[in-house]
Design a protein around this ligand. Structure first.
Ligand code: M6R
Length: 614
């Protein structure tokens, strides 16, 4: 939610910042802005409603000369998307400019106090309160910007990643974070600052990930300085970035989403590499074998996640209950955190998050840790907050996911969950060794089989034309295919804005069946598994009510072919691996329908890639 970029060096700050904003646009795109100090010491702030392209158009005839600046792309929380609510915000005297990602929960109280002291506000945002507060402290305490930022942050309740520049000091950026990500790139005589490393990956691979409640002083020509909120100097830990520029480009595809769908054979390969070894005879997953006792003695596993990651978690439940015989609960992180959860030190909480930054998931982790549970994290973004907040965990290693609609992260998460379940099953001896080995061998074949499924793209593109203008969709599945139905419906909703409902197929007759008519297509996920005969009767029930059916079936399935209007055949795999195979045609279907409708699939309205606010 909201992307921040900062630059200080000898290069053209405007170019670096705007390039960076384009990379961060997946985080929010309802307005964008930039603040630059020119060589005469003038602070120029340009901001506008709309995407980064609109900001560029707005800046065409403006003075953008500068070697220092900060910039922002916004996902609105407080105040509608508008020019005046766009960041950067500035202090009333025009001395400071600030960009912010997060939410200041006590902004109203702070605002009222500042108004009493004579401050005037120009926006409806919580952010403007922060910049006015910093300047108020700086002037009244006659202190440096660094000190003023520190004092102001002590008064703030909420989440923030901020960067501040001062007109009178064109050689310095002060930045800080709490619960919202911020990373500094250390180049040759230049520094970069951003919500993630993507804006500066072509300039440097030396990065410093800021920790919670850390303030960084970035001064031209001097080494970085890191401080805690109570003014202790912290050590600088420079890491090497594992990200390449090609991962951040569309690579010839019209959209990131399509690129990411088609990347899945290779991302699955990366996800399995080094983990399923010796032809499936040995599986090793970070953080499990070194916590053997904890996993072997767990009385319960509770998943916490949001959105697509929650759907993966639901698949995790089926996997772990099937293979490890441990009771599993799956919770929306946002509900879990306010549900007075009952946890004990014998519970394992598994948090799943692509971004590693989702605010609700982070809050759930903190609660679980506080109650003594062991917390394991599954995320994609290296250096993000969730891996830092958990006791142990692993990465899915699918590379940066930029399309707002999650695709390759979903299949990566399911693959990691499969390996996790197999690992625990082996530790606990809850599955015959040969079955573990057989499934592990199948995981190695998944990249090649997903490649085959991608060959359905032209058929799915044609099929999408028939249903582009449907107003409602029903997605049905049972067992492992039920979470896939939920995920298929979410993909369609978020990028095509068509109402779609995912449902357990057998539950349909308890209500949703009333909706079925020729106008409402049903997508039925019906691979050959132990519930196959049951789902065949669900397919018949839909047909008997005049519904149109698109069925995802196992190759060679003649039974459903006779009933359904359209079938998409996928290769036969063990039941626990079907979600990886059956979700891919659904990703393609939603992509093509959205394209037919002329929607912006990479940046769907109202959404942002990582949700770092409640
Ligand atoms: O980064 P996370 O996995 O924690 O994100 C959770 C959801 O915000 C995310 O999965 C969202 O639902 C996606 N847009 C789905 O495509």
């Amino acid at each position: 939610m909201c992307g921040i970029v900062g630059y200080i060096g000898d290069g053209n700050a405007y170019n670096v910042l705007v390039g960076g904003l384009h990379r961060l646009e997946y985080r929010g795109y309802d307005s964008a802005g930039i603040a630059l100090v020119d060589n005469t010491g003038k602070l120029n702030i340009y901001k506008t409603k709309g995407k980064v392209n609109s900001l560029e158009a707005f800046c065409k005839d403006k003075n953008t000369e500068s070697k220092i600046g900060i910039a922002h792309t916004r996902w609105a929380t407080h105040g509608e998307p508008s020019d005046y609510n766009a960041h950067p915000h500035f202090s009333e005297d025009g001395n400071l400019a600030l960009v912010h990602n997060g939410t200041i929960e006590n902004y109203k109280v702070l605002k009222e106090a500042l108004i009493e002291h004579g401050c005037h506000f120009h926006s409806e945002t919580d952010t403007e309160v922060l910049v006015q507060l910093i300047e108020y402290i700086r002037v009244h305490n006659d202190c440096s910007m660094l000190e003023a930022v520190r004092e102001a942050l002590k008064q703030v309740v909420g989440a923030y990643a901020i960067a501040v520049i001062e007109k009178g000091d064109p050689d310095c950026i002060v930045a800080a974070r709490k619960s919202s990500p911020l990373v500094v790139g250390v180049g040759d005589n230049e520094f970069f600052l951003a919500s993630d490393a993507s804006p500066f990956v072509e300039f440097t691979d030396n990065v410093v990930y800021l920790k919670d409640e850390e303030i960084v002083l970035i001064r031209r020509g001097e080494p970085l300085k890191l401080y805690s909120l109570d003014n202790k100097e912290n050590e600088i830990d420079v890491r090497k970035l594992e990200m390449s520029i090609s991962q951040l480009e569309k690579g010839g595809y019209p959209h990131f989403m399509l690129k990411e769908i088609f990347e899945q054979p290779s991302t699955l390969h990366d996800c399995i590499r080094g983990r399923v070894v010796n032809d499936g005879k040995y599986i090793t997953l970070n953080g499990v074998n070194d916590n053997k006792e904890t996993f072997m003695s767990a009385r319960r596993i509770i998943f916490v996640a949001c959105g697509t990651s929650w759907h993966s978690a639901l698949i995790g439940k089926y996997l772990i209950q099937d293979m490890c015989r441990i009771p599993v609960e799956v919770e929306y992180a946002s509900e879990f955190r306010y549900s007075h959860p009952v946890l004990t030190p014998h519970d394992i909480v598994i948090a799943i998050s692509q971004s590693g930054e989702t605010a609700d998931t982070l809050a759930a982790i903190k609660i679980a840790r506080g109650m003594g549970a062991f917390v394991y994290g599954i995320s994609n973004v290296v250096g993000s907050s969730i891996p830092r907040e958990t006791h142990s965990g692993t990465y899915i290693h699918v590379g940066p996911e930029i399309g707002v609609a999650s695709t390759k992260a979903f299949t990566g998460q399911v693959m990691v969950l499969t390996m996790l379940a197999l690992t625990i099953a082996e530790l606990k001896n809850t599955m015959p060794k040969e079955d573990i080995e057989r499934i592990a061998q199948w995981t190695l074949r998944m990249p090649e089989l997903v490649e085959k499924v991608l060959g359905l793209a032209p058929d799915i593109e044609r099929l999408s034309l028939i249903y582009t203008y449907a107003r409602n969709f029903l997605y049905l599945g049972r067992g492992y295919s039920y979470p896939v139905a939920l995920e298929g419906a979410l993909k369609l909703k978020e990028i095509s804005y068509i109402h779609a409902e995912g449902y357990p197929a057998a539950e349909m007759k308890h209500g949703p069946i009333a909706l079925i008519d020729a106008e409402m297509p049903s997508v039925i996920i019906a691979p050959k598994d132990h519930l196959y005969e049951k789902i065949v009767s669900n397919v018949q029930q839909v047909k008997a009510r005049g519904g149109n059916i698109i069925a995802i079936v196992t190759e060679g399935d003649d039974e459903i072919r006779k009933i359904a209007d359209h079938v998409l055949e996928v290769p036969e795999v063990p039941e626990c691996l079907t979600p990886i195979i059956t979700s891919v045609p659904l990703q393609l279907l939603s992509y093509y329908i959205a394209i037919n409708k002329g929607k912006d699939v990479d940046m769907p309205r109202n959404l942002a890639k990582s949700v770092t606010v409640e």
